[in-house]
Design a protein around this ligand. Sequence first.
Ligand code: SAH
Length: 208
Amino acid sequence: MVKRLLEQGYISTPEASLAMERVPRHLFVPEELQDSSYQDTPLYIGEGQTISAPHMVGIMVENLDLHKGNKVLEIGSGSGYHAAVMAEMVRPTGHIFSVERIETLAMSARANLDNAGYSELVTVIIEDGSNGLPEHSPYDRISVAAAAPSIPEPLKLQLAEGGKLLVPVGGRLYQELMLVVRRDHQFTQENLGGCVFVPLVGEHGYNE
Ligand code: SAH
C-alpha cells in the first residue's frame, strides 16, 4: 500500500512513508471489512462515519509537516488510525490529543489504539472538537478530519507560534483542504486542493 502511495506521489518523505508502514491499518478496520484494510479507499466504521482513505491520511500527515516532539490536536478520531500514524511521526516525546464527539467511536478508537500499542502516545477525548481543546493548548499542529463550513476560529487561536492547522473547508459534500500557518501573530492560508470528508458537527461546524 505504502509503495503505491509513494509511486502515485501522495507521499514523498521518509517520515510519512515509515509511519504509514509501521501502523497496521487492519487493526483499525471493522471485522467484516478486513479484506479491504490495505486498499486505498475510505471504509465504513459505523455511526455514519468512515476511516479516511490511506492517500488522504498520507497527504495530510505530510502537509502538516509533523516532527518528533510535536504536541498535536486531532479533531475526529474515527477509528484512531490517522492518530496512530501521527503518533509514529512525533514519538517518543510528542503527544496526540484526539477529540471525537461520538462516544461509541471514541471507545473503539481507544481500544484500537491500545491494541496497536499507541495508548501512551494518543489521548482520546469525547467532546465537540470544533471548539478545539483549550486545556492542552497551544498546539504545534492541528489536524481536522471532518469538513467545516469555514475555518473554526478557536482552532486558529489554539495554535502555537509557528504552528500549522489543516482543515477541510467547504460544503457538506465537497471541500478544499486548507493549510493555516500562524507566524508573528498573523495567519497565512493556502489551498491544497479538493477533498471529501464527513461534516464537522458542532458549535463551529455544521448542525447535525
Ligand atoms: N481520522 C479518522 C477518520 C475521521 S472521520 C480515522 O483515521 O479513522 C471524521 C470523524 O469526525 C467522525 O468520527 C466524526 O464523528 C468526527 N466528528 C465530526 N464532528 C466532530 C466534532 N465537532 N468533534 C469531534 N469529532 C467530530
